[in-house]
Design a protein around this ligand. Sequence first.
Ligand code: K7E
Ligand code: CUA
Length: 762
Amino acid sequence: MKRLNKTAISLVVGCMGFAASAVWSADSLQDVLKERGLSQQDLLAAAKTYVPTGKRDEFVAFSSGGQSGQVIVYAIPSMRILKYIGVFTPEPWQGYGFDESSKKVLAGGKIDGKDITWGDTHHPAISETNGEYDGQFLFINDKANPRIAVIDLRDFETKQIIVNPIFKSEHGGTFVTTNTEYVIEAAQYAAPLENKKFYPLEEFNEKYRGGITYWKFDRKEGRIDTAKSFSLELPPYSQDLSDAGKGVSEGWSFTNSFCSERYVGGIEKGRPPFEAGCSAKDTDYMHVINWKKAAELVAAGKAKKINGHDVLMMETAIKEGVLFLIPEPKSPHGVDVTPDGKNIIVAGKLDTHVSVYSFEKIQAAIKAGKFESKDPYGIPVIAMKDAIATQVSLGLGPLHTQYDSKPCIAYTSLYVDSQVAKWNYCEGKVLDKLSVHYNIGHLMTMEGDSTKPAGKYLVALNKLAIDRFVPVGPLHPQNHQLIDISGDKMQLLYDMPLPLGEPHYVVAIDAKKLKPAVRYKVGTDSRTDKPHAGATKAGEERIVKKGNKVEVFGTLIRSHITPETIEVEVGDEVTINLTNLERAQDETHGFTVSTFNVHASVEPGKTVAVKFKADKEGVYPYYCTEFCSALHLEMQGYLLVKPKGWKPTKTTLAAQNYTEADYKATLKKVADTQVIIDSVVAYITSVNYKDFPEVVAMVEDAFDQLGKTKDIKTKHEAASAKKDWENANLWAEQVWQYQVKTADLGLRAKTFLEQNGAKKVK
Ligand code: K7E
Ligand code: CUA
């Protein structure tokens, strides 16, 4: 950097921002502890979560974004937020809902032809292979508007949203089977399964139904195959959470319920309220389902079509022996299968106990035909005593359970007590309790619902933050608390405020299992994973007009949008396709046209289309919305919407009156910058840069940029020969633009090499 002159420094790095590091003069650790009132314990907690610059976290968490309809991605143990993924709702930064392809994904979530612009997301699930997280896909549900979304973890983009064809709400999703054959989604509030069919509440027991949908996942396509998916009709008990069997219980799934009283409220008619009627009985039911056999029955044509969807009716399920019930303590909440699949742990919510059910005992009862009764719909009921291994009293309001890497160790959230209980489910013993702040819902250990939990950390998802953070009005952020579970005693490490919706559940995966892409194959439509019809190569940019339809095939590369002007007539329908030609990592360009409510995020290689009706005459600047380079602000153009039949009165642009001296000054600037480039190139080629693929990509890109100067040099020299100083100067300036980009990349490559221990060659 020594050889950079002042102009070049300010131009090359000018807009990238210099972070003056606030160095704490000469404070010792002791001084800092004293000054900030920190204890040794605080210091230890800080050291356990701190991830220094340049280092990466060990786990990546995918959190439900609650009512925002999004997914929040954060890292553990630093708790740094990495991304918000637009799922059920538009997300402007990513252009999600503002470009054509992502609008189509969102349109998959329309219900009865209407856009639903929010989502009540609850449970994310990572795809599994042999019961272990494989890091390929993420699924999440929307409780209010029964929908499921598929997110591809190659690019962290939502690819598909589907609407449940028979439910009006759902909660027990998403949970995947051991090899992600199916994504499970259970209903919540019973309603008639037929669409838009009215039945009075007096016919609740006969006409209202619950159910479970098994969405078939096509891993090769990376999409849910709705035609091969099916549901089970269930009684109108409010089905709640679900979990898929694994290991010995593979092929089965478990869904609990509340309000098996089938109470319908009606306080305005003088009846006791919902919550009284829905928790009157001592027990509710866990549904035990042989989904593998159910799938075979559906394949054999034993399902009934409801709203065009295969539904295995209760009558058939009972007759064929794929559906059973077991009582569980009243109004239970979580149902969590142990890593070995041998036990199913159900939390009491209104009962201090967690109940550990034994899959072996359940199977023995089924085989022996040993049932204590039938429910009103004829479903065989296995006696609780014939299915329970043990019950353990943990505290008030047990909700959800997750597992440790150590055998038999589980953690259960206690909502009312605001505590996490660590306990041993084999021995039925409480081992430790830790207070959290406050009213914990779900909790999550690393890969803690897979067959191979990774232990180490636990995150408590607290409903109330109350006194933890600087107040920001009556609505507080949620509080995700990071807890160290590596020792015998749990240790609270960190409080993270989450300001996006009420995130119900989080899943966390070993960061090494994620293999996200750096760029797309040039011309890819990221929402379909297929080549985009509007993909355009460099030099093939064009504007095609057909009647009142104008289609632009454009490209983006630092710091240029091709084309620079788009002329249309008022009333034209305009589609602008843009391909990002960059190969450099993280060189995303954004695109918008003033006041037409379109936005695209165009990552390297991606093609995106935005579409609008030019329904108002006028002049509308368009520009790149991502600060992509020193000349980002100049990455601009004009959409000119002309009145019908408009004729120009003036045909030349205003001249700038550049002189020979201007041209010479520009040439000098070009020569100076070349010196910098040469020095950077000399450094890069003096080290083993070829061992760093990231650098090789940057170097290729840099030479690409520089290669473009040859033609342009010819142009400024030709103009100068004709003493056309305006064109000579401006074309020389253009040479310099490419040089700046080259230098920018070169310096980035140099910094990378210096920081990553490049070695001198020869
Ligand atoms: Cu307990 Cu929707 Cu999983 Cu909320 S649910 S907490
Ligand atoms: Cu491209 Cu700013």
